[in-house]
Design a protein around this ligand. Structure first.
Ligand SMILES: NC(=O)c1ccc[n+]([C@@H]2O[C@H](COP(=O)([O-])OP(=O)(O)OC[C@H]3O[C@@H](n4cnc5c(N)ncnc54)[C@H](OP(=O)(O)O)[C@@H]3O)[C@@H](O)[C@H]2O)c1
Length: 238
């Protein structure tokens, strides 16, 4: 049975990934950041041991190490990682001031978090599919940048893209393959300041996850080329 780790699996896109990978026959290690959110637990009642819920805060090194140890205790190989966990803080333009703490927090989760998770699980991926999938965003595309604010989110996703590029330079020769995904504007929780589900997006997370999983699982002729693709398969500069 193939195995996948999904970060930020409690709700939104990460929860949609969890359901899809279970349906595809994977054993899923679901990173749980919100122990009080009931959906993962309810899903486990249906899937039993196929769904392993792991406490995982990707901004905390010890939490990442503990999660990696739990995976190692349950499976000889980790085939795939879906780096999905992310946050967005809504800031405005430069005249309103640059909120340093919020920006640092977004770097800590969106950029460094994904990098540190990669670091801790690489050893578990030897002998498996060796596929690293990252949920990034068009917001991290320098070539297509259009916003006049939201520094922290855009900069942290651009830096994530650079981190993935450096990982690819190093790990491609070692058999790792990469996917970078822009999920589109979704009706998820991230964009709502009050923490409710946002009605502003144009896509349900489930619909975006279906397109993503196809891209994550397909084999490509040229894995040496690193691209960021969206829900329609269009390629974004980054
Ligand atoms: N929503 C969009 O339109 C959109 C567009 C482009 C890209 N994306 C990207 O898509 C990914 C999924 O976002 P989403 O829209 O599904 O957001 P979401 O509904 O907020 O889901 C993200 C999950 O990650 C969790 N999380 C936050 N901090 C974490 C941490 N330190 N460690 C582990 N998990 C953590 C969140 O918890 P909390 O809710 O408590 O923060 C939440 O459960 C993100 O990487 C995001 O940047 C989203």
């Amino acid at each position: 049975m193939k195995t996948v780790l999904i970060t930020g699996a409690d709700r939104g896109l990460g929860f949609a990934f969890t359901k899809l990978f279970l349906n595809r026959g994977f054993q899923v290690f679901a990173g749980q950041y919100m122990p009080k959110w009931p959906d993962l637990k309810a899903l486990q009642e249906k899937w039993g041991e196929r769904l392993c819920i792991l406490p995982l805060d990707i901004s905390e090194e010890d939490s990442i190490k503990n999660a990696a140890a739990l995976i190692a205790g349950q499976s000889a190989v980790l085939d795939m990682v879906v780096h999905n966990a992310g946050i967005m803080r809504l800031e405005k333009d430069i005249l309103e001031g640059v909120p340093k703490e919020d920006i640092l927090l977004q770097f800590r989760i969106n950029t460094l978090g994904a990098l540190k998770v990669t670091e801790q699980v690489l050893g578990l991926m030897e002998g498996g599919m060796k596929r690293l999938c990252y949920v990034s965003s068009e917001a991290g595309s320098i070539g297509n940048a259009h916003r006049d604010g939201t520094f922290g989110y855009c900069m942290s996703k651009a830096a994530l893209n650079m981190g993935i590029r450096i990982l690819h330079n190093d790990l491609y020769e070692k058999g790792f393959t990469f996917r970078i995904y822009h999920p589109g504007w979704m009706k998820s929780y991230m964009a709502d300041a009050a923490g409710d589900v946002s009605m502003n997006g144009y896509l349900e997370p489930e619909a975006s996850a279906v397109a993503a999983v196809e891209q994550f699982l397909e084999n490509r002729e040229n894995e040496m080329m690193l691209i960021m693709q969206d829900v329609d398969g269009c390629i974004w500069s980054f």
